[in-house]
Design a protein. Sequence first.
Lengths: 220, 171
Amino acid sequence: MTGYNTLVKQLLDGELTLAELPPELQAEGAEALRLLAAVDRRSVTLSASFEARVMNAVRARKGGRVASPSRRMLRWITEPRELRVRVRPRLLGAGLAAAAALVLVLGGRGALSHGRGTAPRVAAAPESVLVRFVLYAPGAKQVGLAGTFNQWDQAATPLVRTGSDGVWTVTVALPAGQHQYAFVVDGRRWVTDPAAPAVDDGFGRRNSVIAVGGSRGRVL
Amino acid sequence: MRAVLAGDIERYAELVGRYRDRYARYAARMLGSADAAEDAVQDAFIRAYDQLAQCRDPDNFAGWFFLILRNRCFAERRREARIGPVADVESHPIAATERPDGMMEAKERLDALQQALLELTPDQREVFVLKHVEGLSYEEIAARIGGSVPSLKMRMHRAYDRLRERLKDRM
């Protein structure tokens, strides 16, 4: 089957009526109109809690203030993020090192405050960096972390719900350098981290970015 | 919007309340489900808040917000194109004005068309959604997303052909 006749496309565009089509195109025109009749034009209403969730996220932004682009960039670059932990596999068992680092990461700053996500928190070391990823997703049944560091495998790095407040976290050891990532909610919805910068990956998509410095321990 | 920029963040709730449902249908048809649309609209509002100072025309928050939401929808769909289709076609209740067999046919056609729309390119799907779901003219679509009317028509006509191919046994 080939595409529609040009006159039938004009019918679909509303530039012609079915009666204006020549007899040999009437059937094709009728078929095309059945296609348009199947279009779902019903309105979509978002959930009742939608505004509250947006406003909670907005209030949780830094100071609740709208920052200019340059100010946001400056803040992102200069704001210290976390304690640094030097992981020494030769001296400590891997499990012990991770546990110690996690304690420091968790104790580094105050309560989680972002609406849908908080900027990844970094505990930097020359070769091994522990990064804590956090997402606020109260309605999620499962959340995964996919990124360049796990070949975008959404099942490789699951987040764990920390309690009943909808906060999901995972701590990952990352090598120094820049990594791109996204959260995957319920195995199907990809969510960029609103608290982290995002970049176009060259194909029109946006990925969140974390740049892990080996010695500064900051998220850039 | 000016009040929000001046520091009164609670006034942002007015913008959210005013525009929350306005583009939800667009997002739902672009992404294939109301759940995905809600996530997208929420992300777009948060991003819009972060970037509010960049809105050059405070009197056109709606148009500016739409472009943010549009980018979000395109990013989602292109990501899915990379990893494979993940959106679910929702189950749609059908108005009980037809006989049961007719209802089934209508529902099947509706689901089949929604699935076929998801298989269009995002550019094709968008122009179809804006014209046949949102009811905009080509001129209005061009004003909203850019591009010329002839190029939008060409995109739409390719979408028609592709839909016909996908739905050849269903319509």
